[in-house]
Design a protein around this ligand. Structure first.
Ligand SMILES: [Fe+2]
Ligand SMILES: [Fe+2]
Length: 287
């Protein structure tokens, strides 16, 4: 496929209408979702994010294969998501299967399978850090829409009324439009609210994956809705970031609109995905 064709999203159909997804006003899980975002907005400061990078970037917590890590993720359910209450492996396989069905390259399929794996850091987290080790615990540093820290939180986030709860928004520098950044510095040099996206991006890099930059961008930025949907952070972007954004937007269709698909047969499908893992992320990995 030519790149232009690849980047042309196909209609990713689903069991419910597109406008029924990402309902942050009246879903059946509204109370849980609202509490999650209040805590997330209150606690995810620049200093907190820097502390999490120190904790995780060296990937010294465990050594596991991808398969072993998936087994550990089995009990985890995302408390911030109004659209899904199924296990994460099922969601990730649904995403991968739809990417595969549309004829996208193998690295893109594998990205679908891996994109939410960073929630694995609940294994090493605690309540204070918003990474509680129980399925219904505080998860404000595991899941949920992210934003850039170190500069003003834009109104394009969900629940913008919670922005004022963030202590950084009382700091003149950290609450200014550019904050600690320079125009055109590139998103590579920007810090984001910490969660499964950032963890998995850093983990893949630490393990020297051969997945392409497009895959790494999809993983790192897929929860940054104020950026890929809201159009925020234009001033920080490079031309390369604009290229990557097209891929993140394409990925996002598959992440979101496959959540009501039929349950995949994980065991039957596994051998195919193991062959992709063997190609791009073989053997024991550092977590
Ligand atoms: Fe995610
Ligand atoms: Fe996802």
């Amino acid at each position: 496929m030519m790149e232009q064709d690849i980047l042309q999203p196909k209609q990713v159909s689903a069991g419910k209408a597109h406008e029924e997804f990402r309902n942050y006003e009246s879903s059946s899980r509204q109370e849980i979702v609202e509490r999650h975002y209040r805590l997330m907005r209150t606690n995810q400061t620049l200093a907190y994010v820097q502390r999490m990078h120190e904790k995780y970037n060296a990937c010294e917590h465990d050594e596991m294969t991808i398969r072993e890590a998936f087994r550990k993720l089995e009990s985890y359910i995302d408390s911030s998501d109004p659209d899904s209450d199924s296990p994460n492996l099922e969601h990730m396989m649904q995403t991968a299967e739809r990417i595969r069905a549309d004829g996208h390259p193998d690295w893109f399929q594998l990205t679908g399978l891996l994109h939410d794996m960073g929630k694995i850091c609940f294994l090493w987290g605690n309540k204070e850090d918003g990474q509680e080790g129980t399925a219904d615990g505080d998860q404000w540093a595991l899941g949920g829409d992210t934003w850039a820290v170190g500069c003003r939180i834009p109104d394009e986030v969900v629940f913008p009324e919670f922005n004022q709860l963030n202590p950084d928004m009382k700091d003149p520098k950290l609450s200014s439009a550019l904050g600690i950044y320079e125009t055109g510095c590139g998103l590579d040099n920007v810090l984001f609210a910490y969660g499964h996206d950032e963890y998995m991006y850093r983990m893949l890099k630490a393990n020297n994956t051969s997945l392409p930059d497009e895959a790494l961008a999809m993983i790192r930025y897929h929860s940054c809705y104020p950026w890929h949907q809201g159009g925020a952070y234009e001033a920080l972007m490079t031309p390369r970031d604009h290229e990557m954004k097209k891929w993140v937007l394409l990925f996002n269709q598959y992440d979101l609109y496959t959540k009501s698909d039929a349950k995949p047969d994980v065991e039957a499908l596994w051998p195919y995905y193991q062959s992709l893992i063997d190609k791009y992320l073989p053997g024991k990995l550092r977590w």
